[in-house]
Write a protein that binds this ligand. Structure first.
Ligand SMILES: *Cc1c(COP(=O)(O)O)cnc(C)c1O
Length: 464
């Protein structure tokens, strides 16, 4: 039996629905905040002098950029410094080795000459493994004329990654970003492509490619008109083999206005709609690291509009100490994503680069967090694979810990491999409670992992 009173009461008790009509969101102007603005009121009023000094020191090595929305709406300042979005965006001294931090701090304290600072900064960056997984050497395809194509990676047969030149920044930077080296202004470290023609020629010539993955930086930093230069041509029949268009983005967290009130937001949704109507699968590969990122009305409205336009939203995140290293944080995040209509996709292991010393979680612990989070969730939220390492040979998932002949082992498998034949074959490594990456693992029951001889040949052939 329903009467108005019960309906009214139920509605009040229900969690907010994405379909609940609400006042139209107010547009907002994007304003970036970088190290140069650390002393302005917005941050001076929220952070003491010592904290800002440490941030300035770390930000001379690792990229730092937030924006007013992140500062005012996403960070819970009553919980700083432990607030997850604060950890996700603001530098911390422990992100550098103590010795490196001290040397840098000393130069900052005495206002050392620019050249001296630059020399040390370069030295420290070089120690932070700026190119994990041989990104530069192995993945740059060539044109038919043998010319290298910058900004395109073709690591797995069916998938091409494209890094548009005008998508090489983000609305804010993640402190753990594995592509940090691109953002520090060092031209040698950039891998961006400037020309849509390069991409389109390559795709036309490679019929095996079903997936185009636009990545960056954040492609959503581009105006819709720029994005359309790359994507609209795919509507032509010669690109029918490119069935899946994925766009990697953190804009749902850092600037959801991009999809709602920005001047070309509607045009973007129409672009997505036209791809979907032409039979393509359009997937936003959304980076979310914590449930807190998707709780603002504007973020929810952005999700709702994207889904209305026919896009799927798949979510991925690394497991990060100080941000989301608990089963509760993952369960909460995945549950919330499913409730909003998003599809959990990957749990990554933090890569061997940048500030990994601050964020890394051992593989054994990563797997137990994954398992514990999964255990309590609806099957609909169990679509995320992981914990997965994006390493040189491919994506390697820790499937679990088992005991074979009285010995504890990791059970591993390739989710993606440079050779597709490596995929989905279980293989084993000695259990190691401290190991945080593939190269720490020792094969179990064989002298080397089954893929190693072939991978060595691939590297040698590429001159890496
Ligand atoms: C993860 C990844 C992909 C996409 O792999 P899927 O398993 O299809 O999601 C493509 N290229 C690279 C380099 C990747 O790391």
């Amino acid at each position: 039996m329903f009467d108005n009173e019960t309906i009214g009461r139920d509605a009040a008790a229900r969690p907010e629905s994405v379909f609940t009509p609400r006042p139209a969101p107010k547009p907002r102007r994007y304003r970036a905040v970088t190290a140069a603005q650390l002393d302005q009121p917005l941050l001076r009023n929220r952070l003491d002098e010592a904290a800002r000094f440490e941030m300035r020191v770390v930000a001379s090595v690792l990229p730092f950029r937030v924006n007013e929305y992140v500062i005012r709406d996403l960070i819970d300042w009553s919980r700083v410094p432990d607030d997850p979005v604060f950890r996700l965006t603001f530098p911390h001294r422990d992100m550098l080795e103590p010795e490196a931090f001290e040397r840098l701090a000393e130069l900052h304290r005495r206002d050392a000459p620019k050249a001296e600072l630059a020399g040390l900064v370069q030295e420290i960056r070089a120690d932070l493994n700026p190119h994990p997984a041989l990104q530069m050497e192995l993945n740059l395809p060539r044109t038919d004329a043998g010319e290298r194509i910058n900004g395109l990676q073709h690591k797995y047969r069916e998938t091409v990654l494209f890094f548009p030149k005008n998508g090489q920044v983000c609305h804010a930077y993640c402190t753990f970003c594995f592509r940090w080296a691109q953002f520090v202004g060092d031209k040698d470290l950039r891998i961006a492509a400037s020309d849509a023609r390069l991409l389109l020629d390559y795709l036309r010539g490679h019929r095996e490619v079903t997936d185009l993955l636009m990545t960056g930086g954040d492609p959503m930093i581009m105006r819709t008109a720029n994005l359309a230069n790359y994507l609209e041509p795919l509507l032509a029949p010669e690109y029918d083999h490119v069935q899946h268009v994925r766009i990697g983005t953190k804009a749902l967290t850092f600037w959801p206005y991009r999809f709602v009130t920005d001047p070309d937001a509607d045009e973007l949704l129409r672009l997505i709609e036209s791809l979907v109507e032409a039979g393509k699968h359009v997937a936003l590969m959304a980076h979310f690291n914590h449930g807190q990122e998707m709780r603002t009305p504007i973020a929810r409205e952005a999700v709702r509009r994207l889904r209305d336009a026919g896009a799927e939203i798949r979510t991925q995140s690394p497991l990060l100490r100080h941000i989301n290293d608990s089963a509760g944080a993952w369960a909460d995040m995945w549950r919330e994503q499913v409730r909003l209509g998003m599809i959990p996709y990957y749990m990554f292991v933090e890569r061997d680069t940048g500030a990994r010393r601050y964020f890394e979680v051992p593989l054994a612990r990563a797997w137990s967090i994954y398992r514990e989070a999964m255990r309590g969730l609806s099957g609909l939220a169990r679509t995320a694979r992981g914990p997965s390492m994006s390493a040189g040979p491919g994506k390697v998932e820790v499937q679990g810990v088992a005991e074979i002949a009285g010995e504890k082992v990791f059970v591993l498998r390739f989710i993606q491999g440079r050779n597709p034949d490596w995929v989905q074959r279980p293989f084993f490594a000695r259990y190691d409670e401290q190991a945080t990456w593939l190269n720490h693992l020792e094969p179990w029951g064989e002298s080397e992992f089954f893929f190693e001889p072939e991978y060595r040949r691939m590297c040698a052939a590429a001159g890496a």
